[in-house]
Every structure is written in C-alpha cells, then in structure tokens.
Unconditional design. Sequence first.
Length: 210
Amino acid sequence: MNWLAHSVFSPGIEPVRLGNAFGDLLRMDQAEELGFRYVQGVKLHRWIDKTTDDHPAFQEGKALLTGPMKRYAGAVLDIFSDHFLTVHWEEFVSVPYEGYLDEVYRLSADFSGKVNETQSKIIGRMISDNWLGSYADFDGIELTFERMSNRLRYRTGREIDLTPAVDDLRRSYAEFDKACLSLLREVRDGFPGAFAEIENRVKAELDLSS
C-alpha cells in the first residue's frame, strides 16, 4: 500500500499517522528524535507492509501482472491498492475523499518543517502535485508510474518503465479489484490490534531505557 492507505489505516493520533504515511521516507533514528509516537507510526507502516506482502491476495495480484511488471509487483500493487481504496472509499473512511486529502496535505505541510531538506522537498512535491489524488483514475495512475519510473532510473541507473502496469490494470480490472480489496480489508481489520501491540512494546522499551 502506498502513502494514501498508510495514512488511512492509522489511529486518530497525528504523529502516528504521519509516521505511518511517511514510513518509507523516515529513518528510524529520525522517528526516535521526533518522538515515540512517530516511532509507533513507522512500526505500524512496517506491519502493514509485511501483512500485505504475506497475504495470499498479494500473490493473486502478482500473477495478474505481465512481463517485467512482476519484478516490481510490490510497487505496482501498492498503487493499485490505493486506487481501489478511492473506488471503495466510503467502506473505509467516513470523511469525504477531497476533504480527507485537504487534511492530510495540511498535516504534511506542517510536518515537512521537521525533516531534512530532501525529505521536505519530496513532501512539498507530493502536496503541490496532488500525488494522493492521482490514484483515482487511469491517467493519474499512469502519471504516478511515470514519476516512480524516473526515480527508479535515477537510483539504479537502469532503464525502467512501470507505465505498462496500467495496461495490466485495464485488462484484469475486476480481478485486481478483488485482490486489492482483500488486502485493504485485512489491514483495516488488523491494524487496531497491531497498533495496540506496538504501543505496549514501545512503552516497555521506553520504560527500560529510562
């Protein structure tokens, strides 16, 4: 799941939601400096990633991808899951979609002042280019994959193009819907209990260190 779903599947605690949403961006030592609630958020982010990667529906979704897209199944299915979260929005979130995005962007803008310059620029682009709103339609998903491809090329020095994944989505839309909806429901039903365990564990670690 990508940034949108990570922000949704969080308890109503602002630092936890931010740590969860930006769990791929934050290093753990940064989270620790920001405070234990951010640490909880990053750990919840990692729980969500492991839960979805280990779920049978992940393999079902991966099997629907063609050619080299299978190699990047994790990244591709993250975006697809955020897309289907927008499709089934009212099942998971009581706040209207646009209003929710406005709130997340406001919190993210405040948070960008607490991280380093590179991370702050990424968060700024997320807001200005409305990344979280890009998952709702095919054009936005293709644009998202173009951005991801550019970042992967920069990091790896290899020619990578994720945009053909959009063709896979069009071809097997109902099947991807079923697989991603299973992942979304698994995380929705499981994250409150997972967070309670994380909270108890982090508090115990703090008690031991004090």
